[in-house]
Design a protein around this ligand. Structure first.
Ligand SMILES: Nc1ncnc2c1ncn2[C@@H]1O[C@H](COP(=O)(O)OP(=O)(O)O)[C@@H](O)[C@H]1O
Ligand SMILES: [Mg+2]
Length: 260
């Protein structure tokens, strides 16, 4: 996995001399394809947490999802992440129609193609950074030696080559979140989904996490990042706003389905 040098904090996009952000061509294969996808929680009264939505996200796109608390951001992420099924419409991931799949196949697809990062890092306290990342591969049946080298590669990619054997308690919040990102990356997913990844971090740590996400996106990883932080949203190539379960996009790339 390509990544920044061991030990170095990941520098900002400009400092790395990365090319300015350019739009992803429309011919690029779609990773996410939602067609009138909706999720309603049963009532009474029913909550239309995600109204029928069409959304295409192509490989190497970087999408920020913003919106007030309770607007449906996590619901959208859970549908995209195969955590929850839409109650209406269709969801294709890498061209695979997920609606037709039994639960075991959805779980396998999630394990192989999706990395999830949350506000709370969810690291095991008595395991080192490397061990925490290795655990993400156990259920995929990867041999142990391969798991260790993959985990080290993922930690190098997030700039934590100098913290391989550190316990979470000895790491800063930003470092812990970068371990969580490495854990999400280790199975080489097509898609990295982050729900408020900088919500628990001071601004300096948040900056390093954002630089890490930029660097990963530059290597071709597709990112969907929920955030309240305008500084995080400013890094994305596209920003989608969600309000009362309804998505809008300033650039007009998003076609929104008719309300339920
Ligand atoms: N499991 C659930 N059962 C019922 N309602 C839910 C459930 N999860 C979320 N909701 C409701 O759906 C709406 C969207 O929630 P959520 O997606 O968590 O919003 P956000 O992440 O933007 O804060 C809210 O009105 C919330 O109360
Ligand atoms: Mg939420």
């Amino acid at each position: 996995m390509a990544g920044p040098a061991e030990g170095a904090a990941v520098p900002a996009r400009e400092a790395r001399g990365a090319a300015p952000v350019t739009p992803v061509p429309t011919g690029t294969p779609a990773v996410i394809d939602l067609v009138a996808a909706a999720r309603t929680y049963p009532g009474p009264p029913p909550v239309h947490a995600l109204r029928p939505t069409d959304l295409t996200v192509r490989r190497a796109e970087y999408i920020a999802v913003v919106g007030p608390s309770g607007s449906g951001k996590s619901t959208l992420l859970n549908v995209i992440g195969l955590v929850d099924r839409p109650t209406g419409g269709h969801y294709r991931l890498d061209g695979i129609d997920t609606g037709a799949l039994p639960e075991a196949d959805r779980t396998a697809l999630r394990g192989h193609r999706i990395g999830l990062v949350f506000q709370a890092f969810h690291l095991l306290p008595y395991r080192t950074a490397t061990e925490n990342v290795m655990l993400a591969q156990v259920y995929l049946g990867t041999p142990r030696a391969r798991r260790r080298t993959d985990a080290v590669d993922a930690l190098l990619a997030v700039g934590l080559g100098h913290r391989l054997d550190a316990l979470p308690s000895a790491m800063s919040g930003g470092e812990r979140q970068r371990v969580a990102i490495a854990r999400a990356l280790v199975n080489r997913p097509s898609l990295l989904l982050c729900d408020e990844p900088t919500g628990n971090l001071d601004s300096a740590s948040a900056g390093r996490v954002m630089n890490t996400l930029d660097a990963l996106n530059d290597t071709g990883i597709t990112l969907v990042v929920i955030t309240h932080d305008p500084a995080v949203a400013a890094r994305a190539r596209r920003t989608i706003t969600i309000r009362d379960g309804q998505l809008t996009e300033d650039s007009g790339q998003l076609r929104v389905g008719s309300p339920a």
